[in-house]
Design a protein around this ligand. Structure first.
Ligand SMILES: Nc1ncnc2c1ncn2[C@@H]1O[C@H](COP(=O)(O)OP(=O)(O)O)[C@@H](O)[C@H]1O
Ligand SMILES: [Mg+2]
Length: 297
């Protein structure tokens, strides 16, 4: 019996499995906790329990693309799972956390359409904006929505100046009307859009999810990642040389850090070396993100 001491207890039995099933495991998306993400989750939890009042606080999660923003709000939404209509006493679904994406080419009709879609409400593409708005607000009340997450908020900027102004008004109105906190998620561009509205900017507290730098937190992330990938030998990813190599190749972007390590781990299993080498990291990062999607990881 080998004890695989470099792995988390739950991963150890997996390390004994054959190459094919381990590769499948390695490629499966998983949640890796890190301090910044836990802090965001705690802040969201705080918002959810905030007592109703006229002006609810809002939060803006800001960071570069592919840096873990959507993963965090998805984890939060899952932690506050909806209850389908058939399973509640009142016969109406309960949706505590509603998450939508700001539509590209945003206008009020599409915005409320996105809400109705997220609520699973059919609507006609030709329904008037006012009708969609009324239905959206009515259903959000009926389903007990306590927090609205708007991902890809920077899509606001793809609208005309007039559309942008109108949508910012809608956001302000919606928060007041339902007395629920809004959580915006987007790139720094989203912050720029919000800043153009003097009243909104005071109500959205920015929470930054910056690029990663070579510090303790980053080393911890690598250690955690290594401990959940079922390789039979340690790779010592958190050692300075390896950590630096991965960070440079990933340009500090979380999604890239994880993709590079995952890709290397697959090579490590496939080749039978069972440990990630500097050369594997180098190769895994030669493939640009746009190409990586086409090549099977
Ligand atoms: N906490 C995490 N645990 C594991 N993988 C993560 C985590 N956060 C991000 N990732 C990886 O990074 C990729 C990009 O994350 P995502 O949340 O979509 O970024 P963003 O919304 O900032 O563009 C994800 O598909 C996932 O593979
Ligand atoms: Mg995202």
């Amino acid at each position: 019996m080998v004890d695989y001491a470099h792995l988390q207890p739950a991963t150890r039995p997996v390390a004994a499995e054959d190459a094919q099933s381990r590769i499948r495991r390695i490629r499966t998306d998983r949640w890796i906790g890190y301090a910044r993400a836990e802090a965001v989750l705690a802040a969201l939890e705080d918002l959810l329990t905030f007592p109703k009042r006229l002006r609810m606080p809002n939060l803006l999660l800001v960071g570069p693309t592919n840096n873990g923003k959507t993963m965090i709000v998805e984890k939060f939404r899952r932690a506050h799972a909806s209850v389908p209509a058939g399973e509640t006493d009142a016969g109406a679904a309960i949706v505590p956390v509603l998450k939508i994406q700001m539509p590209a080419g945003p206008d009020e009709g599409r915005f409320f359409g996105a809400i109705l879609e997220a609520l699973g409400m059919p609507y006609g593409a030709r329904d008037r904006v006012a009708a969609k708005q009324d239905t959206a607000v009515r259903i959000m009340r009926a389903t007990g929505t306590r927090l609205l997450v708007i991902d890809e908020l920077h899509n606001l900027l793809s609208g005309t100046a007039l559309q942008q102004r109108r949508l910012l008004n809608v956001l302000r109105w919606l928060g007041n009307e339902l007395q629920i906190p809004l959580v915006g998620v987007g790139t720094p561009e989203a912050l720029r859009a919000i800043r153009s509205d003097e009243q909104l900017v005071n109500r959205f507290e920015p929470f930054a999810l910056p690029l990663w730098t070579d510090d303790d937190e980053y080393r911890r992330l690598l250690s955690t990642l290594e401990a959940v990938l079922p390789l039979r030998k340690p790779s010592h990813l958190a050692d300075p040389a390896m950590a630096g190599r991965i960070l440079t190749a990933a340009e500090g972007v979380l999604g890239e850090i994880i993709a590079i390590v995952v890709r290397s781990a697959v090579v490590a299993v496939d080749s039978g070396t069972e440990t990630i080498s500097a050369r594997m990291i180098e190769r895994a990062s030669f493939i640009r993100p746009s190409e990586r999607r086409r090549v099977a990881v």
